[in-house]
Ligand binder design. Structure first.
Ligand code: NAP
Length: 297
């Protein structure tokens, strides 16, 4: 029996563990993958207050070590269901745990483009993680899809390894930071392919290119690449909790800045909940808010 069970060990979940433990509560964090969440693949974080430069891995490791050092229990188990009541029952693939409060901090997962062959080509040229797979494309031509900070960072990272990087974005304005766009514009081996949407992945067993359509001219172009890095944002993965919390039409848990879900003792923290800004700072803030509220149950 725990006071608080946290589902997810990204920035929000680990911060919830730190705050819950410091509030004198017994805390268990359950994570189906590895701890750290999405930020673990970011080579350099430049916008966390007080840390001018830190790698995503270092940041995540620091959070994990801090939580474990404070006495938080951690288990690498995926949650399959949560049953509500004064005592909540959290069922994983391996066991059942009881607690007084649950903090859902499941973050979000990579959004697919939805193209034919996209999923079967993962590992054969299609990737959602430039820092994990970039080295396989040394001296090759690759495409990055997206216009947010992840796509910009991926393009910059890949330009250090690859012969050529095509940055394909559906508009002519970027969602990501202008500073990063300016840096990319100066790179000789980065070409911007703007106002363009991917239509299909070319190649039979391995990626040989990508077909894009210009949304202003309708012109269709085949670009020869060996790798396609998809960085078009994230989507939530909250279906396991739809019986205990309300989800919006995109699948995010409906909760405001209090992290309260409307179900007593169930909180949602970080990228998995409805919010307009999804940043490390806001994830950490949610973890603290949710844990301090859960500690009062
Ligand atoms: P994002 O900011 O949501 O950007 C997604 C991009 O993909 C947008 O440019 C979007 O185009 C495009 N897109 C979405 N669906 C598409 C589709 N079906 N086809 C083609 N393009 C599509 O996602 P993100 O870049 O992963 O960033 C997520 C959050 O993490 C952001 O808040 C970001 O600032 C943050 N982040 C921060 C850092 C850092 O601080 N170091 C690093 C990475 C990410 P439109 O612009 O036209 O909508």
């Amino acid at each position: 029996m725990y006071d608080i069970i946290v589902i997810g060990a990204g920035t929000a979940g680990l911060t919830a563990g730190i705050y819950g433990s410091r509030a004198g509560k017994s805390v268990l964090i359950l994570e189906q993958k590895t701890y750290g969440g999405q930020i673990i693949n970011t080579p350099d974080i430049e916008n966390y207050p007080g840390l001018a430069h830190v790698s995503g891995f270092q940041f995540a490791q620091g959070l994990y070590d801090q939580a474990i050092g404070l006495g938080v229990d951690y288990k690498s188990e995926g949650v399959v269901s949560v049953t509500d009541g004064d005592i909540k029952v959290v069922k994983t693939s391996e066991a059942e745990y009881e607690c007084k409060a649950v903090i859902i901090a499941t973050g979000a997962k990579n959004r697919p483009l939805g193209l034919e062959k996209e999923q079967e080509m993962v590992g054969a040229g299609v990737s959602y993680c430039a820092t994990c797979d970039g080295a396989f494309f040394r001296n090759k031509d690759v495409a990055v899809i997206g216009g947010g900070n992840t796509a910009l960072e991926d393009a910059a990272f890949l330009s250090n390894y690859c012969n050529k990087v095509y940055l394909i974005h559906r508009r002519d304005q970027f969602r990501g930071d202008e500073k990063d766009v300016a840096l990319l514009r100066e790179k000789e081996n980065v070409e911007f392919v703007l106002d363009s949407v991917p239509e299909s992945i070319l190649g039979d067993d391995m990626v040989s290119g990508i077909r894009v359509k210009n949304v202003k001219t309708d012109a269709v172009t085949d670009i020869s690449v060996k790798g396609i890095f998809i960085a078009i944002g994230q989507m939530p993965d909250n279906n396991a909790f739809s019986n205990i919390v309300k989800l919006d039409d995109q699948g995010y848990i409906i909760a405001d800045e209090s992290c309260e879900t409307g179900t007593k003792g169930i909180y949602a923290a970080g990228d998995c909940r409805t919010k307009t800004v999804r940043q490390l700072t806001t994830a950490a803030a949610d973890g603290a808010v949710a844990a301090l509220a859960a500690a009062k149950i």
